[in-house]
Design a protein around this ligand. Structure first.
Ligand code: ATP
Ligand code: MG
Length: 552
């Protein structure tokens, strides 16, 4: 991360210099209830980056205190994604490993008169809590004696109560200006199997109670979280203090990462997956780490992007073009150049000798000459892009039209002589002539043409599928969904978020492997899809087009 651009770094520096801390321990604490998204990448970069910078440690901790939504599949994917992003955790922990200690700390609170068992329902507790302008009301069970609370809490643990029948609440202050301190629920009954502890527990700690304990148990020094937890900080400190935790972590909040036209809520992402709007959590349209990977993003691009968004308290949405900018930057020197025709139109070059195939030399990456050259066949029959021909073009159209001459990238000038149509009037073939004098690389200067087209030789071209993406849901549609009475965001999923085209690629691409990345001339950067490369037809996901309006 850039020097001096980060208030968290300043706090930590001061803590080390003043002797308040002698080490730095951070954690990344995902709940395993879904796949990681690009927002999580921000938390990962900050937590691992800070610890790294101060020669500290980072724990990957699964915050698995809510058994109903959690699953081993998510645990595995999260580990995989963090490692893929390039980070190594010193410790791997599960909050559920601390359930015994959490239970004991809750008992300690009861013994100190700082917690009580409440029989009110969750709805009643909400009603009694008051509002921002009105104080809360004491529960009739608030005065229960310590002995009774201990007895009831023990019975909660033993499974003698139904879900929702009783809860354990911290006894703090029902008239506090901070609603989080109005006797928050810290344990609930939930008869549910846990992915780690099985059926050992039927009571589970609430996040606001569990999280500070987890941090303290692990000796986390700086607990970095997003600003929506700012209001919870007094409760966080209360739990650490009253539970008499030997280690005292400090919570520091930073602004969430939001990106325009990018759904970042795990709940919404899960709905898209479960209702089949996308091809799983790793659908290339998803802002998940696995989706971005499958689309073709690199860990470097994601890290650079996240770092460039900076660390602050604000959480305004950044332009999606910024994310795209960083993947272009990363692939610019790495990705081989090639040509692919997404929507083919056959061209016959009538004056090119029948049966002849010549091999043309082309640079693999003009911006990185070390990558060498490739060979491209050329013959009498080629494919060009259908949109590169117009029978009646407007002014300033420089591509193919009857009588016009264009340059074929790496090859010759060709001139459109004749248009062949089928019985429906659709153009099915162009007849062109070529000029052997204009061969690329021979220094021909006789005349100039304005258009340069990409193409592939027809007899050796390999079939390929191209998948082009647009946002799943645009911000304006999300807003419309929020404002609508009868529609949800699902009703606004962009019907054009995926376009599939069948075309052709250069034959030298025959060995392309899943996750290989290329820059297709004029079309942008593409990734070989890891899921759909079966048989001999490769499937390419467009990572990003070539054009950018984004300026850093
Ligand atoms: P969501 O709201 O999408 O469900 P979450 O915050 O509930 O996400 P967790 O698994 O609890 O998901 O998140 C793990 C960590 O990642 C938390 O510390 C959280 O603050 C952080 N995080 C989640 N989303 C973002 C974001 N958009 N920007 C920065 N950090 C984030
Ligand atoms: Mg969360």
């Amino acid at each position: 991360m850039e020097e001096n651009s980060n208030f968290i770094r300043s706090i930590i520096k001061e803590d080390l210099e003043s002797g308040k801390r002698d080490t730095v321990v951070t954690r990344f604490p995902p709940e395993p209830n879904g796949y990681l998204h690009i927002g999580h990448a921000k938390s990962i970069v900050i937590n691992f980056g800070i610890a790294d910078e101060f020669k500290g440690q980072t724990t990957l901790r699964f915050d698995d205190t809510n058994p109903l939504k959690e699953d081993q599949e998510y645990v595995d994917s999260i580990k995989n994604d963090v490692a893929w992003l390039g980070y190594e955790w010193e410790n791997l922990r599960f909050a559920s490993d601390y359930f015994d200690e959490m239970y004991n700390r809750a008992v300690l609170l009861i013994k100190k008169g700082k917690a009580y068992v409440d029989d009110l329902s969750i709805e009643e507790i909400r009603e009694y809590r008051g509002t921002l302008t009105e104080p809360g009301k004491d529960s009739p069970y608030r005065g229960r004696a310590v002995e009774e609370n201990l007895y009831l809490f023990e019975r909660m643990r033993k499974g003698e109560f139904q879900n929702g029948e009783k809860v354990l609440r911290a006894k703090i202050d029902m008239s506090s200006g901070n609603i989080n301190l109005r006797d928050p629920v810290i344990y609930r009954v939930s008869h549910a199997s846990h992915h780690n502890t099985g059926d050992k527990w039927c009571i589970y700690p609430m996040y606001a109670f569990a999280h500070p304990l987890e941090d303290a148990i692990e000796g986390v020094t700086h607990s970095l979280c997003t600003t929506e937890f700012e209001e919870q900080r007094p409760l966080y400190n209360w739990v650490v203090e009253e539970c008499e935790m030997p280690s005292k972590p400090q919570q520091i909040e930073f602004g969430r990462l939001n990106i325009e036209n990018t759904v970042m809520s795990k709940r919404k992402l899960r709905q898209l997956v479960e209702e089949g709007y996308v091809d799983g959590w790793d659908d290339p349209r998803m802002p998940t780490i696995s989706g971005l990977r499958r689309k073709g993003y690199t860990p470097e691009a994601i890290r650079e992007f996240v770092q460039a968004t900076g660390v602050s308290k604000g959480s305004g949405a950044v332009d999606e073009a910024m994310l795209e900018h960083f993947v272009r930057e990363d692939l610019k020197l790495k990705a081989p150049r090639t040509m692919g025709v997404l929507d083919p139109l056959k061209v016959v070059i009538t004056n090119y000798p029948e049966g002849q195939v010549e091999m043309l030399d082309a640079e693999i990456n003009p911006e990185n000459p070390e990558m060498g050259t490739r060979q491209i066949p050329f013959s009498r029959e080629i494919y060009v892009e259908r949109e590169d021909f117009m029978e009646n073009p407007p002014k300033k159209y420089f591509r193919l039209f009857p009588g016009n001459e264009v340059r074929l990238k790496h090859a010759y000038f060709i001139k459109c002589e004749e248009v062949i149509k089928d019985e429906n009037g659709e153009v099915v073939e162009l007849r062109c002539t070529y000029d052997p004098e204009t061969k690329s690389g021979t220094g021909f200067t006789g005349r100039k043409v304005k258009g340069t087209l990409h193409w592939v030789e027809a007899t050796q071209a390999l079939p390929a599928e191209f998948r082009l993406y647009e946002p799943l849901i645009r911000d304006e549609d999300l807003k419309a969904a929020d404002e609508s009475e009868d529609k949800t965001f699902i009703d606004f999923v962009n019907a054009d978020s995926l376009t599939i085209q069948q075309g052709f690629i250069e034959p030298n691409m025959k060995d392309a492997k899943p996750q290989d990345k290329f820059q297709f001339f004029r079309h942008g950067y593409f990734n070989v899809d890891p899921k759909h490369t079966t048989g001999d037809k490769a499937v390419f996901n467009r990572i990003v087009s070539l054009k950018s309006s984004f300026k850093l």
